[in-house]
Design a protein around this ligand. Structure first.
Ligand SMILES: Cc1ncc(COP(=O)(O)O)c(C=O)c1O
Length: 410
């Protein structure tokens, strides 16, 4: 894609917030790794649900409840299809990536982790893929080991090759794409090597599922976690994909309604997957609306989205490179979604603030990757992150904005 065969004007019209008349001022939104904006079809679907078929799921015999249940399960099927799961039973609705990882860390830890066992993560993980494992290790006497990265933000695969042979290694949990560096990890190679040692793998695809075609059967990871709000869907809902045999052998995460077959005071028989992991009333509207977001991405084509965003990122890197004293934090050959940088000695917050004054929304700070900031000996970065509706003109505005801010602050 060269930037001409993507009908960007029509696409932008799908997103009300990008309309100056609606938002009230021009907006260059480059904080998509934090959350994406929502298309009209998604907004409409949410209203539609509450207006026309709001009801609890899996419980009532009445028609309204059946309609809500059907819509909820259709959404599950759409998501299963989008990530090419073998069965929709392998898709569990959660609150998002954080919740999905906590579920696996908690349940895996309770069932399988013993004193002295090792869990492996990487140096570029989001706090969501560090802290749940720390908690689990603390509770069960396990230990966390970390795959280091190179100066350019790529994973150190030589170190990985050694760490994967660590005696008593029991689990590998790793991100596909770094939310801070934009690095795309060689995830298939990593999974194959883990499987050669019988190590189960969780892949955090929070920053991949909206940018890269995802086929969980091909990926072959035991677990995959993602959030709805980073893929044009609502906040408060996300998914955990898990292979049937693994979901079957993990104990339940939380107890309550829907996750049971039969309850007596003496004993509870748990429900089958996916319901075993969906205790209580789920985010029904969220799940249904996430299904609509998946439809939206499917309509545009994830391969087309990927090409467009690749074009934008290449252009942004080329242009940013011309800014005097720019330092990229992360320069991996294979990258997606985000670019992190610093300019001279300017504090990222100051730069971010001046960009905001020019109507350009970027993220500043540690991006929930404090240990990664420590590795680079920095407090934070400025991060521009991209979505399918961003334009080359917006990148030009970013460049002008950074130049202007640097001339004031530098
Ligand atoms: C790589 C990665 N993992 C996990 C998360 C956590 O996602 P959520 O806050 O939606 O649970 C994020 C959010 O930025 C992320 O970028």
């Amino acid at each position: 894609m060269n930037g001409t065969d993507w009908d960007i004007e029509a696409i932008r019209k799908d997103f009300p917030i990008l309309d100056e008349k609606i938002y009230g001022k021009p907006l260059v939104y480059l904080d998509n790794a934090a959350t994406t904006q929502k298309p009209l079809s998604v907004l409409d679907k949410l209203e539609d649900y509450y207006r026309k078929y709001n009801s609890n799921v899996h419980r009532g015999v009445h028609l309204l409840s059946q309609e809500a249940t059907e819509a909820y399960e259709i959404a599950r099927r759409k998501i299963a299809h989008f990530i090419n799961a073998k069965s929709d039973k392998e898709v569990i609705f959660t609150k998002g990536t954080t919740d999905s990882i906590n579920l696996v860390a908690n349940c895996f830890g309770r069932r399988f982790l013993k004193e002295g066992d090792i869990v492996l993560i990487s140096a570029m993980e989001h706090h969501s893929n560090i802290v749940p494992w720390q908690i689990t290790c603390e509770e069960h006497g396990g230990e966390l080991k970390v795959i280091p990265i190179h100066e350019n933000g790529e994973l150190n695969m030589e170190a990985f090759d050694q760490l994967i042979d660590t005696p008593k290694l029991k689990f590998l949990s790793i991100t596909y794409v770094s939310n801070t560096l934009g690095t795309v990890n060689p995830i298939k190679e990593i999974i194959v090597k883990a499987h050669q040692r019988n190590i189960p793998v969780l892949v955090d695809v929070a920053q991949a599922v909206q940018h890269i075609p995802l086929d969980v059967q091909d990926l072959d990871a035991e677990f995959v976690a993602f959030s709805g709000h980073k893929m044009y869907g609502p906040t408060g809902v996300g998914c955990l994909y898990g292979k049937t045999e693994w979901l079957d052998k993990l104990p339940p995460y939380q107890g309550g309604g829907d996750m049971i077959k039969e309850v007596t005071f003496a004993k509870t028989e748990y429900n089958v997957i996916p319901f075993k992991f969906e205790a209580g009333t789920p985010d029904i509207s969220g799940a249904i609306v996430l299904g609509e977001a998946v439809d939206y991405m499917t309509k545009l084509g994830i391969e087309n989205i990927q090409k467009w965003e690749h074009y934008l990122i290449q252009y942004a890197v080329e242009q940013l490179r011309n800014i005097p004293n720019i330092r990229f934090i992360g320069e991996a050959k294979n990258r997606a979604g985000a670019i992190s940088f610093l300019v001279g000695k300017i504090h990222p917050f100051d730069l971010g603030e001046l960009l905001d004054k020019q109507g350009i929304a970027v993220r500043t700070g540690h991006h929930c990757t404090q240990p990664l900031m420590d590795i680079f000996s920095i407090a934070g970065t400025v991060r521009a992150s991209f979505a399918l509706y961003n334009t080359k003109a917006e990148i030009d505005k970013l460049i002008t904005g950074v130049e202007k801010a640097a001339s004031i602050l530098g």
